[in-house]
Write a protein of this length. Structure first.
Length: 277
């Protein structure tokens, strides 16, 4: 479960791991997770600096920076590494970043400030909290990233549908609507062409659907599946090409129906879309 924090801070989102709400943000296609929030799940009174005292932590951070940061200060890192693990050794996140020019751990100020780390490092930090926490952290973070990808896919499909709709209506306007028609007559032309697509994909007109579904609100397209909406967007674009080429409506309907059948078979691996007679 995740959501945006607030307007004006769109890049910061949050998710829950074992009843702990954790902030994260994306920068340059890389995800950074709040260690400050994660620390709330650790039993006892601990600080991030306690984790940084560990020699294994410093070695891990050094290897990560070596792979991702060409400006990493190896000289300062060598000094810190030689002292890590000693009882007298202690270093803050700010000191680590300033001395080594590290980019894997950053401190953010403001309402949603705190110490954030690249997800690779945050997962390692999760192990320090507990093995159980690390496993749940990775599992939940992967789940929410999958949800984000689905949302991106929906946005892309919605944008594509808008573009194809505009292309389709422009083609109708430029090729099928004579001059000096009333608004009502123009709308009838658009509705007729919309029904060409409805017939090609659904096998019925909008009016026929309403007659068969008197208790349903909206129109036939409101009840279309994701795959049908994808196919419909493609048909709109294809029909606009046919219209611009001057193809007769009956010929367009036949070809569009063939395309709809082919695409729906690919999208659903089924052949429920019926061939028009």
């Amino acid at each position: 479960m995740f959501d945006k924090i607030e307007k004006g801070c769109d890049s910061v989102k949050n998710f829950e791991v074992l009843d702990t709400r954790i902030n994260y943000y994306n920068e340059g296609n890389e995800d950074y997770i709040s260690l400050t929030d994660m620390l709330k799940s650790k039993d006892g009174e601990f600080f991030i600096s306690d984790w940084l005292r560990n020699r294994n932590t410093i070695e891990f951070l050094g290897i990560w920076e070596e792979l991702h940061n060409p400006d990493f200060n190896y000289g300062e890192f060598a000094i810190i590494k030689s002292q890590a693990g000693l009882n007298s050794y202690k270093i803050s996140v700010k000191e680590w970043s300033n001395k080594t020019n590290a980019i894997g751990i950053v401190a953010k100020t403001g309402r949603y400030g705190g110490t954030y780390a690249h997800k690779d490092i945050a997962f390692e930090f999760g192990m320090w909290i507990s093995p159980k926490f690390k496993i749940y952290l990775i599992k939940e973070f992967e789940r929410l990233k999958q949800e984000e990808q689905k949302e991106l896919g929906w946005n892309a499909k919605r944008d594509l549908a808008k573009v194809n709709y505009r292309i389709h209506t422009d083609a109708i306007k430029n090729n099928l609507i004579p001059k000096q028609l009333t608004s009502k007559q123009v709308n009838l032309v658009y509705a007729e062409e919309a029904d060409v697509l409805n017939m090609a994909l659904f096998g019925m007109t909008a009016k026929e659907w309403r007659e068969k579904n008197p208790n349903k609100k909206g129109n036939i397209r409101d009840y279309a599946s994701i795959n049908e909406l994808i196919c419909l967007a493609n048909l709109e674009n294809t029909n606009s090409i046919f219209i611009n080429e001057g193809m007769r409506q009956s010929d367009r309907l036949y070809k569009l129906n063939q395309i709809a059948i082919s695409q729906m078979k690919i999208l659903t691996k089924d052949s429920e879309t019926k061939l028009l007679k």
